[in-house]
Design a binder for this molecule. Structure first.
Ligand SMILES: [Fe+2]
Ligand SMILES: [Fe+2]
Length: 227
């Protein structure tokens, strides 16, 4: 998945100016294109403004957060009548897959700075993805279906532990400039991650969508997006 992505560095301007600038750039984005924004302040007010002005037009996910610097990826989606858990989290799976593959591509070309930065974006994004699943989505699924300790969310939580471990190994290999190590950790990771994502996209997410009314679903997805 190659996404045409522009970058907007708004670190030197205040939050109000950044909000205006980002909204103006988002207005011009076509479906399938993306904008990466860099801000000096936590960008939640900008993201909320984008959601208020263009409610269904964008998906977004954090790329990196460090003191005094936030990077967010904002993607122009097709405007469909409703945003579902499946739409948003399956989009995030694809976005993360693309970061992983891109990191390996850079390592293959011996661009170690690029490989490491992309591996770290992947790690940050995947950890955040796991956090919003465990903190927001799984409890919503469990409440809606009544499936708690013996249900599929427990299996998913165990798999998340392995996934995090393989990702840490992959990032360490990128830092050591060890391409074979990256390949090994990628193979181990995909052995768990591919079936894991498939189960989520075919069972867990659609079931959560089906068990929530339209308004509940919209607020659940917004909590995931801003989480
Ligand atoms: Fe998961
Ligand atoms: Fe997931």
């Amino acid at each position: 998945m190659t996404v045409k992505t522009e970058t907007l560095d708004a670190r030197a301007i205040n939050l109000d100016e950044a909000r205006t600038l980002v909204l103006r750039r988002l207005e011009r984005l076509k479906p399938g294109q993306a904008l990466d924004i860099l801000t000096a302040n936590e960008p939640a007010p900008i993201l909320r403004a984008a959601l208020a002005e263009f409610p269904l037009a964008f998906d977004f996910s954090p790329l990196r957060a460090s003191p005094g610097q936030w990077r967010y990826h904002i993607f122009r989606r097709d405007t469909r009548p409703q945003r579902t858990v499946t739409d948003y989290l399956a989009w995030d799976h694809d976005r993360l897959d693309a970061l992983l593959e891109s990191s390996l591509d850079h390592a293959r070309r011996q661009d170690w700075a690029g490989a490491q930065a992309l591996a770290e974006d992947f790690e940050h994004g995947l950890n955040r993805h796991i956090e919003i699943e465990e903190g927001i989505l799984f409890p919503a699924f469990e409440r809606a279906t009544g499936l708690f300790a013996d249900g599929p969310t427990q299996v998913m939580r165990h798999e998340h532990v392995d996934i995090r471990q393989f990702v840490t190994g992959l990032v360490d290999a990128a830092r050591r400039r060890d391409y074979d190590g990256m390949e090994r950790h990628r193979a181990d990771l995909l052995g768990v991650l591919v079936p894991h994502n498939m189960k989520e996209e075919s069972v867990l997410y659609p079931t959560t969508d089906r068990f929530h009314h339209e308004a509940e679903l919209e607020s659940l997805v917004l909590r995931l997006m801003l989480g």
